[in-house]
Design a protein around this ligand. Structure first.
Ligand code: ADE
Length: 221
């Protein structure tokens, strides 16, 4: 998979993909990540990328020209263009799964007041990572990239994401490691019983209880 990130702040990405699973996924050539400054595509003499909104109002709006030119220079028939925006569709694990099957993702990060509405016409998806407004799409792009790359075959053991929270509409079950007793807090007896059928049942029940308490909306689906 190829992931291109279009941003005005490429430096923000300089360290984030250089650790742990994401670093190894690049070393194993499961993914190639490029960070592109779309200001470089501006035809304005001062490399401007934004302007004041028609109709008045505060803030600046990202203009069409640099973003269209940038996307058109890198997109192929295999590309999916994703705009990160707080008014997009809410991001979910199910979408991470379907995006992990794509060959080329172009993640478009906004800043300032937002995008010229016409930029949406060259995007395949408009995605929000939650009901809050950030200063830009850079953190959302990192979150999408991370959640997608870990699903690429070979990035982590398949078993570990089969039991992730949100698979089967349930949150993950609680996990414990040594010691059995930490400051009076005991590991549930069943987990040291060696009875795998009982352990499975216990974990399913814990997943269900936790989901019911914290995210009843997931169970309604
Ligand atoms: N840009 C600003 N806030 C955002 C959000 N919540 N999701 C995606 N992109 C954003």
């Amino acid at each position: 998979m190829k992931i291109d990130i279009l941003t005005l702040f490429p430096e923000m990405f300089s360290k984030v993909f250089e650790e742990s699973i994401i670093k190894r996924a690049q070393e194993k050539e499961l993914v190639e990540i490029r960070v592109i400054n779309f200001r470089d595509f501006s035809k304005d003499p001062h490399q401007k990328v934004d302007d004041t909104p028609y109709g008045g109002g505060h803030g600046m709006v990202l203009a069409c020209q640099p973003i269209f030119d940038c996307i058109e220079s890198i997109r192929t028939k295999d590309s999916k263009v994703i705009m990160l925006t707080p008014d997009g569709t809410l991001y979910k694990q199910s979408l991470a799964y379907s995006l992990s099957k794509e060959k080329h993702l172009i993640l478009l990060c906004g800043h300032y007041e937002g995008f010229d509405e016409r930029i949406r016409s060259i995007c395949d998806y408009e995605i929000s990572i939650g009901d809050y407004v950030l200063t830009g799409g850079e953190y959302p792009a990192m979150i999408l990239a991370d959640s997608i790359i870990r699903l690429l075959p070979g990035a982590i053991e398949e078993e570990s994401h089969l039991q992730d929270s949100f698979n089967n509409q349930l949150l993950d079950y609680p996990s414990y490691t040594k010691p059995r007793n930490f400051r009076g807090m005991e590991v549930p007896e069943v987990l040291v019983s060696g009875d795998h059928k009982k352990i499975d049942e216990f974990r399913k029940q814990m997943s269900y209880n936790r989901t019911k308490k914290r995210r009843p909306d997931l169970l309604q689906k």
